[in-house]
Design a protein around this ligand. Structure first.
Ligand code: SAM
Length: 242
């Protein structure tokens, strides 16, 4: 259960200093806290632009990190022990580097314990993500469990809220039924349009290639000779009022 999960009242109230020490301002600013009392936090010098929802053991985060120096990458994971494993690995990888400057390896990577189905807009500001990864989400096969899937009209509206126009949602699964579910729900959402892998590759995208090979679940599927279904969607511009 996520009763024990704490979350900021807004992204501005989030204290990122232990997650991205190389990317926080020196000064603390006062903010409202979950309990309503005053609090103060160090603000990020740049916002998170890449998110991996249900990041598991973090393979994708570590593989993306060197491709996006200076760009903040965040994994969200609901399981405590798995989150701690990823956080520990990030600490170890950082300590092997000779520098702790923002462009040093793995400074741009963090893992947060959170229920992404509930608190995403508490952590991430509007129109900030350029990449959102949904890799091998739990399939929840039975129809009565479909509401537990991390793709739905409501959740897609939250993804649309945190994404920048032109940003890409990347999905991959080995469960065809879930693939069709995700594709149907993103294509049916007014803020998203399907974009082919060929088109992304032509634009120099690295997201798909890394996603296809670097997640732990993807490696398992590879070993077992399974099929990987990929579908990507572009965040459309919001229509103007004129
Ligand atoms: N993306 C990883 C990969 O491809 O290797 C892990 C895939 S694993 C099948 C699904 C992950 O999503 C699990 O680690 C699970 O704990 C996490 N998860 C499930 N529901 C979640 C939620 N509501 N918020 C955050 N993480 C969640």
């Amino acid at each position: 259960s996520d009763h024990a999960l704490t979350y900021p009242v807004s992204p501005q109230a989030m204290d990122w200093s232990s997650y991205y020490p190389a990317f926080v301002s020196k000064d603390e600013v006062p903010v409202e806290s979950q309990q309503g009392q005053g609090n103060s936090v160090k603000r990020l010098t740049t916002s998170v632009e890449i998110a991996d929802i249900g990041c598991g053991f973090g393979g994708l985060l570590f593989a993306l990190s060197p491709h996006f120096p200076g760009k903040l990458i965040l994994g969200l994971e609901i399981r405590t022990s798995v989150t701690e494993f990823v956080q520990e690995k990030i600490r170890a990888l950082r300590s092997q580097q000779s520098s702790t400057s923002p462009d040093a390896a793995y400074q741009n990577t963090a893992c947060l314990r959170a229920n992404s189905m509930k608190f995403l807009p508490n952590f991430l500001p509007k129109s900030t993500l350029t990449h959102l990864f949904l890799c091998f989400p739990d399939p929840h096969f039975k129809a009565r469990k479909h509401k537990a899937r991390i793709v739905s009209p409501t959740l897609n509206s939250e993804y649309a809220y945190v994404m920048r126009s032109g940003g890409i949602v990347y999905t991959i699964t080995d469960v065809e039924d879930l693939h069709l579910w995700m594709k149907g729900h993103f294509e049916g959402h007014e803020s998203f349009e399907y974009v082919s892998e060929e088109e992304l590759e032509k634009d120099g995208d690295v997201g798909v290639k890394v996603m296809r090979t670097e997640t732990e679940e993807g490696k398992k599927v590879e070993r077992n000779g399974g099929t990987k279904f990929v579908a990507c969607f572009r965040r459309k511009e919001d229509p103007g009022w004129d």
